[in-house]
Design a protein around this ligand. Structure first.
Ligand SMILES: Cc1cc2nc3c(=O)[nH]c(=O)nc-3n(C[C@H](O)[C@H](O)[C@H](O)COP(=O)(O)OP(=O)(O)OC[C@H]3O[C@@H](n4cnc5c(N)ncnc54)[C@H](O)[C@@H]3O)c2cc1C
Ligand SMILES: NC(=O)c1ccc[n+]([C@@H]2O[C@H](COP(=O)([O-])OP(=O)(O)OC[C@H]3O[C@@H](n4cnc5c(N)ncnc54)[C@H](O)[C@@H]3O)[C@@H](O)[C@H]2O)c1
Length: 480
């Protein structure tokens, strides 16, 4: 076993925490420990290699593949002549893989990183602020550090369903690099990953069946939005809602999923199965208990609003910080990036620390149509208003009521805006429809800067006839 090496700063991970080093830390000794993500244990974290970036490149491709089925309503006859899966996959990873490799090379050997040691392997706590790193070559290193920043992320959770793990299901870690598209795919789960991949695979010609325990997909969204998406996806793919999966088996033809709906037994078959039932934080792989670290719900590392790690008694563990999926209830890249900036600031300026929880967190779901939201849904806002004795106002604006909606011939999209009736403070907004993930940003900005619906509607020109008129018209409903 090697002697213990002490560093000023230990960083765990190469996703969001990879933005921690910088020229202003040149006088500090830093060790960055990274096991890598996915089957190839690649550098650079989930978003770049297995998450946001490749999925959205697939989604853009899928949107184009869907165009012929949508253009008919505008009097344009188009035909999809084919889908070249290897070309689609290799365009995407041909761009991403060199970025991952270049990022690793930069950390490992560029002079900018002369004060940084990169260890490719798995870190585990052996004591408070003490880590053992198992390197890829089987050797180990013992590390201690004054400051430890945990950015170890999360991984797909395979639920404890009879036979599922043995059936070697696809997950988001593997599905984007398949050798060939299957003819049919079962998707287990109905959250964000499930609805994004349902769109991608269906648009590329796969016969998709989505298996949901609940009656609606994307239940994290407002009930009306979730119901609308369920209706729309139900017109494109086979939706098996209200189904409790009891077993999954590999068969000679592919996979067989058995489940129950009430007293009815349901058997579904497909060439492959994709599991999208949530992601679990990697706190177990780090053995955080040995480091004296406390856990919050779902295996998350417990942190306070300054991203300081807490012990099991809720006390701050000095010098230990966490960010991103390992500690956050919102497993989103923009949240991880924001928390990275907060941690970096707080480590460098302990006398003027910043909180990480002062802005509303927006969600953008890149299915088809897109869904996005920020703040409260209608049901939550109503319940809160009832408790506080305040009143809310709700505006619903259909895309079909604005000029650009006519141009798009959109018949299903809408924005729902919830405001405080008196002040017109924006409490929440939900959008389902084209460019929802961009349109929501107007409302994210207003909520983050404290602009009311009245201010936002009346203190600027709104370009006519552009899509933001959807937002303007909803604001005008509540801004009198
Ligand atoms: C399919 C998919 C699509 C997504 N799309 C979006 C999207 O559109 N928008 C969005 O905002 N978010 C999206 N996300 C979520 C987003 O990818 C994550 O929230 C974000 O990447 C988390 O960043 P992180 O730095 O916390 O963790 P990661 O980027 O996962 O980094 C964790 C790092 O820790 C390392 N590590 C783990 N355990 C150890 C250990 N014991 N020792 C050493 N190293 C270790 C890993 O190698 C990795 O480098 C998506 C996720 C998935 C799976
Ligand atoms: N566009 C984006 O921002 C984006 C895209 C993809 C992923 N992500 C992040 O990744 C996280 C993980 O995504 P996800 O879709 O796996 O999780 P999720 O939490 O969005 O959805 C999980 C779904 O699986 C269901 N489920 C859980 N156990 C089940 C079981 N045994 N049988 C059937 N269904 C079961 C849940 O009811 C839920 O519908 C998301 O929470 C999100 O934060 C974000």
């Amino acid at each position: 076993m090697n002697a213990q090496t002490h560093y000023d700063i230990a960083l765990i991970g190469s996703g969001s925490v990879n933005s921690f080093p910088g020229p202003d830390l040149a006088g500090h000794s830093i060790v960055q420990i990274d096991r890598g993500v996915g089957p190839q244990a690649v550098f650079g974290g989930t978003c770049l290699n297995l998450g946001c970036i490749p999925t959205k490149m697939f989604v853009r491709t899928a949107d184009l593949a869907l165009a012929p089925s949508e253009s008919a309503a505008l009097g344009v006859r188009e035909r999809l002549e084919g889908v070249d899966w290897p070309a689609i996959r290799d365009r995407i990873f041909g761009r991403i893989d060199p970025i991952s490799a270049g990022g690793e090379e930069y950390r490992a050997s560029h002079e900018d990183n002369a004060n940084l040691t990169l260890l490719r392997g798995e870190a585990r706590f052996t004591g408070p602020k003490a880590l053992r790193v198992e390197l890829a070559d089987g050797t180990t290193r013992e590390i201690t550090a004054d400051t430890i920043v945990l950015g170890a992320g999360s991984r797909p959770e395979i639920p404890a369903i009879d036979g599922l793990a043995d059936a070697a299901p696809q997950t988001s870690d593997t599905v984007m690099r398949m050798d060939a598209l299957p003819a049919s795919m079962l998707i287990l789960g109905s959250g964000i990953i499930a609805v994004e991949f349902a769109h991608v695979l269906d648009a590329l010609g796969v016969d998709v069946t989505l298996v949901a325990r609940s009656q609606r997909v994307l239940r994290a969204a407002d009930a009306d939005v979730s119901a609308r998406l369920t209706e729309i996806l139900g017109g494109r793919i086979r939706l098996e809602t209200g189904l409790d999966t009891t077993s999954v088996r590999r068969t000679a033809e592919g996979v067989e999923l058995r489940g129950t709906r009430g007293r009815e037994e349901v058997v579904l078959q497909a060439e492959d199965v994709l599991v999208a039932t949530g992601r679990r934080p990697n706190s177990d792989r780090l053995d955080v208990a040995a480091g004296g670290i406390g856990l919050a719900d779902g295996g998350r590392v417990a942190v306070d609003a300054y991203q300081r790690v807490l012990d099991p008694g809720g006390q701050v563990l000095p010098g230990v910080w966490a960010l991103g999926d390992i500690s956050s209830p919102d497993q989103l890249k923009h949240v991880a990036n924001h928390q990275l900036r907060i941690v970096r600031h707080n480590v460098l300026h302990p006398e003027e620390m910043r909180r990480s929880d002062e802005m509303p967190v927006p969600f953008g779901v890149f299915t088809h149509p897109q869904v996005a939201w920020v703040g409260r849904d209608e049901e939550t806002a109503r319940a809160e208003a009832e408790r506080s004795g305040r009143e809310i106002r709700v505006a619903v604006q259909e895309y079909s009521s604005i000029a650009y909606g006519w141009a798009m011939e959109d018949t299903t999209g809408f924005l729902k805006l919830v405001v405080d009736a008196e002040s017109t403070a924006i409490l929440g907004a939900q959008i389902i429809g084209p460019e929802a993930t961009s349109l929501i940003q107007l409302l994210v900005q207003a909520m983050s800067t404290g602009q009311t619906a009245r201010d936002l509607a009346r203190t600027q020109y709104w370009i006519h006839p552009a899509m933001p008129e959807l937002v303007e018209n909803a604001l005008l409903q509540v801004a009198d």
